[in-house]
Design a protein around this ligand. Structure first.
Ligand code: MG
Length: 239
């Protein structure tokens, strides 16, 4: 599959250059704080664990560690009980301090809007992979404008404004999804119109838009690496 003439997961830097590495901006505790009216999905406490479930509706197997939710190998996706459409989202993540593996195998997770549109989470600090799968990529669809990654074990932020796709009765997309994503203070997607679903290049993964409902859960991926999340809040946006 090709997007704008470039093969999905193109790794040749002559055909798909690596995003330039930039210095992450200092952690901003102010923008990390949920504004009035935000729905706080996780604040580090056991109390907010009840906002989450596993994909099959059972309690999540992810662990509460030092005020963060940590992915457990084989634990499956972490899924919010509440569902959202267009929204603003703040989420913080840290890839494992102990560096293991390389490429897609190092600190892999992901944040899925409406349960399906993935903003990749990966340890992309001195770890080259195909640009449309590095940290901050809309997986398989769009590489980040810059690589603003912090090092392993350090807390990083995503501040996202997401407009959901809208479909007509025939199942055609009439308004594509739009992502504005700020990673560690740098804009990595500037009101980007998503060309279709995100996913791996295989035929049963990345695909064109398929009609779905107005809302879906927020999901975090278990990709076998103990990636941590904290400070997760959402503000729904009117369409
Ligand atoms: Mg992932």
């Amino acid at each position: 599959m090709y997007i704008d003439g470039i093969k999905v997961h193109e790794a040749d830097p002559e055909k798909q250059p690596q995003p330039p590495v930039v210095e992450p901006k200092p952690y901003n505790a102010k923008t990390a704080k949920p504004p009035k009216g935000a729905i706080v999905l996780f604040d580090g406490t056991e109390k907010t664990l009840k906002n989450w479930t596993s994909g099959n509706g059972k309690p999540t197997k992810w662990k509460l560690v030092d005020g963060a939710l940590e992915s457990v190998r084989g634990g499956g996706y972490l899924q919010s009980k509440q569902e959202f459409g267009s929204c603003k989202l703040h989420v913080e993540f840290a890839t494992p301090k102990e560096v293991k593996g390389s490429g897609q195998g190092r600190g892999n997770s992901g944040v899925f809007l409406m349960g399906q549109y993935e903003i990749q989470v990966l340890d992309s600090y001195n770890n080259i992979t195909y640009p449309d799968g590095q940290c901050g990529a809309l997986y398989g669809r769009a590489k980040p404008l810059v690589n603003a990654s912090r090092g392993p074990g350090e807390w990083q932020t995503y501040d996202v404004t997401f407009h959901r796709p809208i479909f007509n009765d025939e199942g055609e997309v009439t308004r594509k999804a739009k992502f504005h994503v700020i990673h560690n203070g740098h804009v990595i997607h500037n009101n980007l119109e998503l060309s279709g679903g995100t996913g791996w290049r295989g035929p049963h993964s990345i695909s064109e838009y398929k009609k779905h409902g107005d809302k879906g859960p927020l999901k975090m991926q278990d990709h076998g690496n103990p990636v941590r999340f904290r400070n997760v809040w959402v503000i729904p946006i009117k369409d």
